[in-house]
Design a protein around this ligand. Structure first.
Ligand code: CO8
Length: 261
C-alpha cells in the first residue's frame, strides 16, 4: 500500500473504495496510546472527506487487535488531569465517522481495544480472538463506551460478567452472544472483512450512509424517534439519482451504475 505519515497506524487502499486501517504497535500489543487514537481519528477524518473511500476495514493485523488503552499513559493520570484528556475528542471523531467500518479481529481485543472494535459497524473475528473488559483489574471501568455498547451487543448479564470479573471470552462465545457477526480461520479474517467492505463499497453511498445512521439511532433514541429518523432518511433517498438508477436497472434487468448522487 501507499506510504503513510503515521507512526502507530498504516493505511492503504486495499481494494477500490476500501481503505484498510491497520493498528501497528506490535511491541505494545497495539495498545492505544493517545497518539494512536489521534492518528485513527485523523485517518478517518480524511477518509470521510475522500469520495474514493466507501468503506473502511479496521484491523490490528494477524496477531492482536489491541490490548487496550496504553496502561503506561493511564498511570501518569490523576482524577484532575484525566478530565482534560485529549482522548475523548478522538473517540468522538471515530464515532462520528459516517461511512461503514468493518473490523477484522485476531488475538487480544481488550479494554479500549474492545471499545474501539465496538465502534465498527460489522465485527468479524478469527478463531484466536479474545475479548474482554479487564479495566476492573486496574481499579477503573471501561471509559470509551464499553459499558453501553457492550450491553447493547451482548445483553446485561453477559456484559456484567465481563465488566465485573474482567474475564475474557473467546471468538465462539462472542459469536453466540452477538458481539461479532462471523468467526473465520485467523488467516482469513482480514480477507472476509475486505470482501464485506468491497460489497458495501459497490452500493449507492448515500443509501449506505443513511442506513448506518439509522441503525445507530436504534441505540440512541426511543422507537418513535428512531422510526421518524428512518422515515425522513427513507424519503430523502427518493431525491437521489442512485435511487432512480437502482430502480431503473432492476426493472430493465441490467446492472446499476451508481454515482453517489
Ligand atoms: N498498555 C501498554 N502496554 C501494554 C498493554 C497495554 N494495555 N498491553 C500489553 N502491553 C505491553 C506489555 O507491557 C509488554 O511490554 P514489554 O515487552 O515492554 O514488557 C508487551 O506489550 C507484551 O505484553 P505481554 O508480555 O504482557 O504479552 P502477553 O502476550 O503475555 O499478554 C496481554 C498479552 C494478555 C494482552 C497482556 O499484555 C495484558 O493483560 N495487557 C493488558 C490488558 C488490559 O488490562 N487492558 C485494559 C487496559 S485499560 C483500558 O483499556 C481502559 C480503556 C479506557 C479508554 C478510555 C480512553 C479515553
Amino acid at each position: 500500500g501507499a506510504e503513510t505519515p503515521f507512526a502507530d497506524i498504516r493505511i492503504d487502499m486495499v481494494r477500490p473504495g476500501v481503505l484498510r486501517l491497520t493498528i501497528d504497535r506490535p511491541k505494545a500489543r497495539n495498545a492505544l496510546r493517545t497518539q494512536t487514537l489521534r492518528e485513527i481519528a485523523e485517518a478517518l477524518d480524511a477518509a470521510a472527506r475522500d469520495a474514493d473511500v466507501r468503506c473502511v476495514v479496521l484491523t490490528g493485523g494477524p496477531k492482536v487487535f489491541a490490548a487496550g488503552a496504553d496502561i503506561g499513559e493511564l498511570a501518569a493520570h490523576d482524577a484532575t488531569s484525566i478530565l482534560d484528556d485529549a482522548r475523548p475528542g478522538h473517540w468522538k471523531a471515530i464515532r462520528s465517522f459516517p461511512k461503514p467500518i468493518v473490523a477484522a479481529i485476531n488475538g487480544y481485543c481488550l479494554g479500549g481495544g474492545n471499545e474501539l472494535a465496538m465502534h465498527a459497524d460489522i465485527l468479524i473475528a478469527g478463531t484466536t480472538a479474545v475479548f474482554g473488559q479487564p479495566e476492573v483489574n486496574l481499579g477503573i471501568i471501561p471509559g470509551a463506551g464499553g459499558t453501553q455498547r457492550l450491553t447493547h451487543a451482548v445483553g446485561k448479564s453477559n456484559a456484567m460478567l465481563m465488566a465485573l470479573t474482567g474475564a475474557f471470552i473467546d471468538a465462539q462465545t462472542a459469536l453466540a452472544q452477538g458481539l461479532v457477526s462471523e468467526v473465520t480461520q485467523p488467516e482469513l479474517t482480514e480477507d472476509r472483512a475486505i470482501t464485506i467492505a468491497e460489497t458495501i463499497a459497490a452500493k449507492p453511498p448515500l443509501a449506505v450512509r443513511m442506513a448506518k445512521e439509522a441503525v445507530l439511532k436504534a441505540h440512541e433514541v426511543g422507537l418513535e424517534q428512531g422510526l421518524h429518523a428512518e422515515r425522513r432518511a427513507f424519503c430523502q433517498l427518493f431525491a437521489t439519482e442512485d435511487k432512480r438508477e437502482g430502480v431503473s436497472a432492476f426493472l430493465e434487468k441490467r446492472r446499476p451504475a451508481f454515482t453517489g448522487r
